[in-house]
Design a protein around this ligand. Sequence first.
Ligand code: PLP
Length: 381
Amino acid sequence: MEWKVPLADVQFNEEEFAAVQNVLKSGWLTMGEITQEFEKEFCSYTGTRYAFAVNNATASLHLACQSIGLGTDDEVIVPSLTFVATANAIRYTGATPIFADITNELDLTISVAAIEQAITERTRAIMVMHYGGYACDMSAILALADKYHLKVIEDAAHAAGSFLEGRHLGTFGAVGCFSFFSNKNMTTGEGGMLITNDEAIADQVRVMRSHGMTSLTWDRHQGHAWSYDVVGLGYNYRIDEIRSALGRVQLRKLKGYNQKRRELTNFYRELVSEMVPSITVPFLNHPGISACHLMPVLLPEGIDRIRFMEWMKSHGIQTSIHYPPIHTFSAFARPKEFNWNLQKTENIGGREVTLPLYPGLTHEQAKLVVESIRDFLLENN
Ligand SMILES: *Cc1c(COP(=O)(O)O)cnc(C)c1O
């Protein structure tokens, strides 16, 4: 269907076309100089020591879990209001995700109090997710982690270009993971990046990303190595040069993209407070600088969300839900011994709708979105 206002949109131009074409002409397609440059540039952009480009963020989350030594006896505290990959990555290692509630209507990130309540003697780590690019309460979370000797992994899939207290998100915990999936703030189609300041973690990830092999294709090609050892059960989580070339261009454009997203987010907020004040807009006055990946709003209690989304669709406007809570999926049925209190996740998760937001969205389109919300509410009161 032809949307008047799609949920998200990508804008490539001659720069991306040329970058990809240059790789194709060079004939070197994977694990080469372009990927190394991409990683270096991501390090300097985020202010971190090590960056590893991978085939997607889910792979980076899995490597993160493995690199901190998670295994079958371990529990990891994680929000339920996130994409299923956040929790799946924990389960790949055999560890158990323990879901914690979100903070409140204005802050959809994991609640610090809920994290502390969920800690047991088996807890090994906290996996946070910076919802929409808005920072979790990292100083409180790091203090808890310190107190209980836990590792922190940051699912920063939404947070390329998000800062808190001058630091890029993903640099607070042991590992930060980014996604370059096609609807994210910068994209390579499929792709991801793992960042860390920890040398031991970096050494692990470097090897495990590529079959557990001690020397890489590029080093052998360069004549630096003739053979290799295999030192662990590794994976093929490599990115290719085509995607890295795209990523380098997208990283250069990220700052401008995010500036547009912030400007549009503020515009939406003004329109909503003028035209549909019964709609709640989370993250008003949230600390830090957000990448504004998503434009979430909460419908008033009692509104039928599916009918609302159908109405928007009939007006040519694409909306989405972030997220159906993970603990409600059949593959995540609650073990009997757990008594999760996820009331806010269930209530707010049941009222959330994500509005269209992307750098090329016009003010006219944003106005049409909010006018359509107003008309729906007028007809349904
Ligand atoms: C997109 C996303 C992922 C997964 O990213 P992929 O690159 O598609 O694997 C993980 N967590 C969150 C919160 C996401 O939005």
